[in-house]
Design a protein around this ligand. Structure first.
Ligand code: ATP
Ligand code: MG
Length: 244
C-alpha cells in the first residue's frame, strides 16, 4: 500500500503532561482521514508534530518515504505538507490575495508566476471576489477559507485541516465539505480534525479516534460510530459537537 504519511509510535511530552502517547497510524495516498476526539485529546499537538512546529519526544513521522521527524516547519512545508491553524493566522492588515501570496512564494520565486498561482487558488476556494478585501474584514467562514487557500497555495501533497468547520452554520459547512472534496479530487491527501461527527463521518475514508493523547481506534466511519468505546468516550463524553 502506498502511504503518504506514516506515524510510528509518536509521543509528545510537555513537561509532565503527555499530549500524545505512542501514536501510530498511516494515511494512504489519496485518502481523507478524519481525526476526532474530545477537547485536549492531543489532536492539534499531533498536527504540530507532523508539520514540524515541535519535534516529538519519541517516535518518527515519515512523509512520502522520507523521515521528516527532525525537519524544520518551512522545510516540511516545501516538501509538501500544508496546514491550517485552529485559530486563523491571517495577516489582517494585508489583503486576501497578499495572504495567499505568502503561501505561493513558498515554492515560487518568480512574482508573476506566484500571482498567477494565487488567482488559481482563490478560484478553487471560491474567494476570487474577496481578492482585494483586507483579511481583517473577513467573517469567520471567510477566514477559515483563507486558511485553506494559504495552505493550498504551497502546493501540498498532504493537507492538514485543524477544525476548519468550527463555528460555521450548516450551509457553510456544506460548502466547506464540497471544497474539501474538490481539493481531494485534485490529488491532495487530507488529514482533517473535526468535531462535527456528521461532517467527519461523511467526508472521511477512515477516522482516527484520539482520547487522552492515545489512539483509541482507527476505522471506517461505520466502524467508529458503532464502537461502544467511542460512544462512551467521545460521543457520550460531554464533548461539544461543534467544538465551541
Ligand atoms: N505548547 C504546549 N505547551 C504545553 N502544553 C501544551 C502545548 N500544546 C498543547 N498542550 C497541552 O496538550 C494537551 C493536548 O492539547 P491539544 O491542543 O493538542 O488538544 P486538542 O485535541 O487539539 O484539543 P481541542 O479540541 O480543544 O483543540 C492539552 O492538555 C494542552 O493543554
Ligand atoms: Mg485543537
Amino acid at each position: 500500500m502506498d502511504h503518504i504519511l506514516v506515524i510510528e509510535q509518536v509521543t509528545k511530552r510537555f513537561g509532565g503532561l503527555v499530549a500524545n502517547e505512542d501514536i501510530s497510524f498511516a494515511v494512504t495516498t489519496g485518502e481523507i482521514v478524519g481525526v476526532v476526539g474530545p477537547n485536549g485529546a492531543g489532536k492539534t499537538t499531533l498536527f504540530n508534530l507532523i508539520s514540524g512546529e515541535f519535534a516529538p519526544t519519541q517516535g518518527t513521522v515519515v512523509f512520502c518515504g522520507t523521515d521528516i521527524t527532525a525537519m524544520k516547519a518551512h522545510v516540511i512545508c516545501q516538501r509538501g505538507i500544508g496546514r491550517t491553524f485552529q485559530i486563523p493566522q491571517s495577516l489582517d492588515d494585508m489583503m486576501v490575495y497578499e495572504n495567499v501570496l505568502v503561501g505561493a512564494l513558498c515554492k515560487r520565486k518568480n512574482m508573476e508566476e506566484a500571482l498567477a498561482h494565487v488567482d488559481e487558488v482563490l478560484a478553487l476556494c471560491g474567494m476570487t471576489e474577496l481578492k482585494t478585501v483586507y483579511a481583517g474584514k473577513l467573517n469567520v467562514p471567510q477566514k477559515k477559507r483563507l486558511e485553506i487557500a494559504r495552505a493550498m497555495a504551497t502546493d501540498p501533497k498532504l493537507l492538514l485541516l485543524d477544525e476548519t468547520m468550527a463555528g460555521l452554520t450548516a450551509t457553510e459547512r456544506k460548502d466547506a465539505v464540497s471544497l474539501i472534496r474538490k481539493i481531494n479530487a485534485t490529488g491532495v491527501s487530507i488529514l482533517t480534525i473535526e468535531h462535527n461527527m456528521d461532517v467527519v463521518m461523511s467526508v472521511s475514508n477512515r477516522v482516527v479516534v484520539l482520547v487522552s493523547g492515545r489512539v483509541l481506534l482507527v476505522g471506517t466511519p461505520e466502524e467508529v460510530t458503532s464502537h461502544p468505546d467511542v460512544i462512551a468516550a467521545y460521543l457520550g463524553g460531554g464533548a461539544n459537537q461543534d467544538g465551541q
